[in-house]
Ligand binder design. Structure first.
Ligand SMILES: Nc1nc2c(ncn2[C@@H]2O[C@H](COP(=O)(O)OP(=O)(O)OP(=O)(O)O)[C@@H](O)[C@H]2O)c(=O)[nH]1
Ligand SMILES: [Mg+2]
Length: 190
């Protein structure tokens, strides 16, 4: 979180984390579409291999302008270094779970990956606003929500169900992580 009090601007960084192909990019594409925003993909000269998705969203709150920079990590393990870089300075996380039965184990293991990605930046999973999104609820082999809640679980975190490809649950998910960040901000400014 960056606060520019002279201009009344507060900047938050939100990262969509989760296993490869779980629907992170789809989430922010849908979010962008609904908000009339453009998705930017970065591929800069210094970091040629670095491609990730990025949008910003602005929300007026009291006398402040809250700016959310929203990123997705690449879920494949070969992009670990990029993933770590994207996680630098993260304030809030959406953990996108693929509801398919076949991917249960991977989803479970990726919670440890998230924990480690936060730890390297001195952050604790308990203290970070995180929303767990159980995505791909439309799949024929989607596990029942009760099973996923037990198996792919981070204590004390809010959760949503989504069919990101149809835009369902996408805004709800983002709004929840935004609420968590705004709550923290309110505590800070009193
Ligand atoms: N059936 C179904 N497919 C989905 C849903 N959301 C995303 N997909 C599909 O899943 C595939 C992967 O989606 P992406 O959004 O690219 O996944 P990602 O998490 O960004 O993947 P990486 O960038 O590799 O980490 C695409 O073919 C999407 O259309 C969903 O809710 N239901
Ligand atoms: Mg992606």
């Amino acid at each position: 979180m960056l606060i520019d009090s002279s201009k009344g601007i507060v900047r938050f960084k939100v990262v969509y984390h989760g296993i490869a192909m779980s629907g992170k990019t789809t989430n922010i594409e849908q979010l962008a579409k609904k908000s009339g925003l453009d998705v930017l993909s970065f591929d800069t000269k210094e970091e040629r291999t670095l491609v990730f998705d990025y949008i910003t969203k602005k929300v007026e709150y009291d006398s402040f302008t809250l700016t959310f920079s929203i990123y997705t990590i690449p879920g494949q393990d070969v992009y670990k270094d990029i993933r770590r870089m994207v996680m630098r300075g993260v304030d809030g996380v959406v953990f996108v779970v693929d509801s398919s039965e076949k991917r249960l184990q991977e989803n479970k293991e990726f919670i440890n990956v998230l924990e480690e990605d936060l730890r390297i930046y001195g952050k604790r999973i308990e203290d970070t606003p995180i929303v767990i999104q159980y995505n791909k609820r439309d799949l024929p082999d989607a596990l029942p929500l009760e099973v996923l809640r037990k198996e792919v679980y981070i204590p004390n975190k809010k959760f949503t169900e989504a069919v990101a490809v149809r835009g369902e649950g996408v805004e709800e998910t983002f709004n929840l992580v935004m609420e968590g960040l705004v709550e923290n901000f309110k505590k800070m400014v009193g």
